[in-house]
Design a protein around this ligand. Sequence first.
Ligand code: AHM
Ligand code: MG
Length: 334
Amino acid sequence: HAAEAQRTDLMTITRHVLNEQGRHPESRGDFTILLSHIVLGCKFVASAVNKAGLAKLIGLAGDTNGEEQKKLDVLSNEVFVKALVSSGRTCVLVSEENEEAIFVDAPLRGKYCVCFDPLDGSSNIDCGVSIGTIFGIYMIKDKDNVTLDDVLQPGTDMLAAGYCMYGSSCTLVLSTGNGVNGFTLDPSLGEFILTHPNIKIPNRGKIYSVNEGNAKNWDAPTAKFVEKCKFPQDGSPSKSLRYIGSMVADVHRTLLYGGIFLYPADQKSPNGKLRVLYEVFPMSFLMEQAGGQAFTGKQRALELVPRKIHDRSPIFLGSYDDVEDIKALYASES
Ligand code: AHM
Ligand code: MG
């Protein structure tokens, strides 16, 4: 029997984005360049995350010249800020790690704004649970007059969004507004290869994902929804609970298997926990592009207009029909 021929015709992420750009003859490759800098940041962080535990062990083993190990989230932020600025294609950057937006100096200024969480879920690092980088990309309105308003736009204005998950493998999921594609880092090549073309989320899922420890503070629709997941009254099977506490991993599973991810408002945090610009918007964009929905409890998540760069919002996202259910509960409430 013939051995399977070695596949050498690989669809790398760069090739994929160049192909997509072919559909826009007016584009001059700026987006491809920007993306290649984001990809470089992801590879750098992936390698740092892989070494994180080891560096600590070596440190414990008595490294005396004691340069203190930089915290991974701080390091990741530096990596992405440098990668984005040096691309020459960005003008405003919003990072979860920086209180103020970063305005890129004129000589390196380009037309894109990038909002990102360089290392989300970093409380999970020490136990080896998956963490990730999340990003959303906008275009400025007027290159000679760049203001904060260029990033305080509704999510519907985003051009592209994605995340990179640093887990048992390193996976980058991206949408440029034309569906969702997943790429896995081949460590031997150092390239992201298209492994999950045209991701579509199932219309209904069997999983709900929420921090149930907050249940005593939930509002009625959220409480009712979760109750129905556990004790369905319509004869449907009860759902499974999966909650990692790392948004990228929880959303990635939701995207591939279907189901719903919730970070609702509660009495203690009336706007929930997750940040609009670099958590809620990118993940909502991906969900819609994959055929799912994202809802805040009041409206379509992407139609929010953030007032401040670190604004938060409650979020319910995932399979189309599961999100319909929570929308119905909020509608009957009001
Ligand atoms: P972080 O930005 O401080 O890492 O927090 C964000 C994380 C998300 O990854 C995750 O969905 C959420 O916090 C979990 O919050 P909780 O521990 O309240 O369930
Ligand atoms: Mg975060």
